[in-house]
Design a protein around this ligand. Structure first.
Ligand code: NDP
Length: 609
């Protein structure tokens, strides 16, 4: 890939003839076109006939071992950043006896699975890679590629001694609370029946691939795979490209989210023919990667990473900061808001909602202008332009995706918001045209809005055998998103009833610090059972509901096209409101957790021996 295609946004503001009313109407039209009553149900769950999409292509020899029935102090489920950060904080809190259970062949989580060509973090690596100061590591570039992140995950495992006791290639199948012994029984697909005093679950926000519910999907006779299990046997090459076995292949990529944007340039580079099937265009902003400046790195003062994380989180949450340390496409919109606000103050009439909207229009106009700059065919360019507010959907950053459509072997098949109509034995049908292909690559993302147990892949049986899903059927119920009554000694790491952050490891940092604190207290007090009180749980649920649907795309607001940021456009349904992240935003949520810990009362938590 070359960097020569990179173009920066112009920052020219809105054209004089810009018509906000017409743009609002256009945004609403795009949303209406895409809303569908089946919401999350439109996708196919990867199980039964589709289970092979989950096979691990990265392990050569499956580990063979006898089932285990031993007991540990803490079981951590998941060896991605969540599990690694949890493990690190527990080690720091003096917990020696812990066991991480991970279905992959090594640590890394999302970065273990997502090795598709071009995979790279979209959030600056200096704030995305956790615990950099503790480990003494500096990423090579502003945006690290997947290989470096996977290696760093292993480094975290080694640094905090987390390989000790870890079980890889092992999938948890069931969690069951045993009241008599006060232990969790952790069952796995390897026949283990482990006992644990505490369990923390770091399943990951995007761990379960989903497939599109396109009629005929099973009829296709060619090759298929999901991007999170990239088949290099079939494509040739590796994560840095060179997919040489595609030179005589006609390939379809379905999906133009963050993954599609990153892998399409590499498939387009070598495939005989590439069709990119698009339902909703992404915002594709400037990447602008650069190597880490060693002088800058050497001059950083202790505590710099947390400070930088908070600076970024403030800006993307719409809270002005004196400085924009990260200064990229994520923070740019807020910069525009602040500039417009200052101008309005000078004019004496700051109408905040109007300022936010106009700044968003300005940002989106730049995004659309960039498509015209980089895509030669004006018809193709028009189809690649997103018409919704910035942050309605996860923004993307790439300098090679848009120019890929200038290649003679690459065709955009825009479905006008409707998706692929049908899959046949030979290919895909859109608006009556059949596109024959040898291979379909599903860049169709991961489950987000489905039930916790479905995404986790196992049920959690609390007191009296009642499952967490039975308890949460009418809506989620927890204290701070992490603990739920009748599921003692069990801690959940996720954003629901907790908080949404664009930089997910930042949320994990706060959650793991909090859980390690509670666990540390429980161990100090030699408590057998740690559980939230009914009152505290009810009060937190009330807070979540009263604060309204904590917007994952808070800056997007209304007129958003559906996607996982807004529960496929159904984010106002009562159960979705109750399961939403804290509506006051992540900054307020983090402060609230910190204040709770500082108070030292462990309010709402009951310990019993
Ligand atoms: P997404 O859910 O973002 O995208 C799925 C894509 O599939 C969308 O374009 C969707 O269209 C499309 N799609 C779904 N069903 C159909 C259909 N029936 N016909 C045609 N198209 C369809 O998944 P991704 O894997 O791209 O990204 C998921 C998340 O993973 C990201 O949002 C990000 O948080 C994370 N990620 C992070 C990266 C990083 O940091 N570098 C890189 C990649 C991913 P529509 O939009 O209309 O629903």
């Amino acid at each position: 890939m070359t960097a020569s295609t990179e173009k920066s946004n112009t920052g020219q503001g809105l054209p004089d003839n810009f018509d906000p009313e017409a743009m609002r109407a256009r945004y609403s039209e795009e949303r209406e076109k895409r809303l569908r009553p089946d919401g999350n149900e439109q996708y196919i769950e990867v199980k039964d006939d589709f289970a092979h999409y989950l096979d691990d292509p990265y392990v050569d020899t499956p580990v063979k071992r006898e089932p285990l029935e031993d007991e540990v102090e803490v079981v951590v489920i998941g060896g991605g950043f969540g599990g690694l950060q949890m493990g690190a904080r527990l080690r720091q809190a003096g917990v020696k006896d812990l066991r991480i259970i991970e279905k992959g062949g090594d640590f890394g989580g999302t970065w273990y699975w997502n090795r598709y060509p071009g995979a790279q973090c979209d959030v600056e690596s200096y704030i995305y890679l956790p615990l950099l100061e503790e480990v003494g590591y500096m990423p090579k570039e502003k945006y690290s590629f997947a290989k470096e992140i996977l290696e760093y995950s292993r480094k975290l495992g080694e640094h905090f001694d987390l390989y000790e006791g870890a079980l890889f290639q092992t999938e948890v199948t069931d969690l069951r609370w045993d009241e008599d012994s006060g232990r969790w029984i952790v069952s796995t697909d390897r026949g283990d029946a482990l006992r644990a005093r505490f369990v923390t679950m770091a399943n990951g926000p995007l761990n379960r691939p989903k497939l599109p519910g396109i009629p005929g999907i099973q009829n296709f006779k060619g090759h298929t795979f999901h991007t999170s299990r990239w088949d290099y046997e079939y494509t040739g090459g590796g994560p840095l490209g060179g997919l040489d076995r595609l030179h005589d292949k006609r390939v379809a990529v379905i999906g133009t989210g963050a993954t599609g944007i990153q892998c399409v340039p590499f498939v387009g580079e070598t495939a005989k023919q590439l069709y990119v099937f698009q339902r909703t265009p992404s915002t594709v902003d400037v990447r602008g990667n650069q190597p880490t400046d060693p002088e800058w790195a050497a001059a950083l003062k202790p505590g710099w990473q947390k400070h930088r994380m908070e600076n970024f989180n403030g800006l993307v949450s719409g809270v002005p900061q004196t400085q924009d340390l990260v200064d990229d496409g994520w923070t740019d919109l807020v910069g525009k808001m602040i500039r417009r606000f200052r101008e309005a103050v000078q004019d004496g009439s700051p109408d905040v909602p109007a300022i936010l909207e106009m700044a968003n229009f300005e940002k989106m106009t730049e995004i659309r202008d960039r498509v015209d700059e980089l895509v030669e065919d004006p018809d193709v360019a028009e189809k690649l332009k997103p018409y919704y507010r910035m942050f309605c959907k996860r923004p993307t950053f790439n300098d090679d995706f848009l120019p890929t459509f200038n290649r003679p072997n690459v065709e955009l098949v825009d479905t006008d918001g409707q998706g692929v109509d049908r899959i046949t034995e030979k290919g895909l049908v859109v608006k009556g045209v059949e596109y024959e292909v040898d291979c379909i690559i599903f860049a169709t993302g991961f489950e987000v809005g489905t039930s916790y147990a479905r995404r986790a892949g196992y049920e959690i049986h609390g007191r009296d055998g009642r499952t967490l899903m039975e308890k949460w059927e009418e809506g989620m119920s927890s204290l701070h998103g992490m603990q739920s009554q009748n599921f003692p000694n069990c801690f959940i790491m996720h954003m629901f009833q907790a908080a949404f952050t664009a930089n997910y490891p930042h949320l994990l940092e706060e959650l793991t610090t909090h859980i390690a604190y509670i666990l540390g207290e429980a161990i100090k007090r030699d408590a057998k059972v740690v559980e939230v009180s009914q009152d505290a749980e009810a009060a937190w649920v009330k807070t979540i509901v009263e604060k309204g649907a904590g917007a994952m795309g808070a800056l997007g607001g209304p007129e958003c096209t559906p996607g996982y940021y807004n529960n496929e456009g159904q984010d106002r349904e009562p159960t979705a409101v109750q399961s939403a992240p804290y509506g006051g935003g992540s900054i307020e949520y983090f402060k609230l957790l910190e204040a709770w810990r500082k108070e030292g009362q462990l309010a709402g938590i009951e310990f019993s021996s």
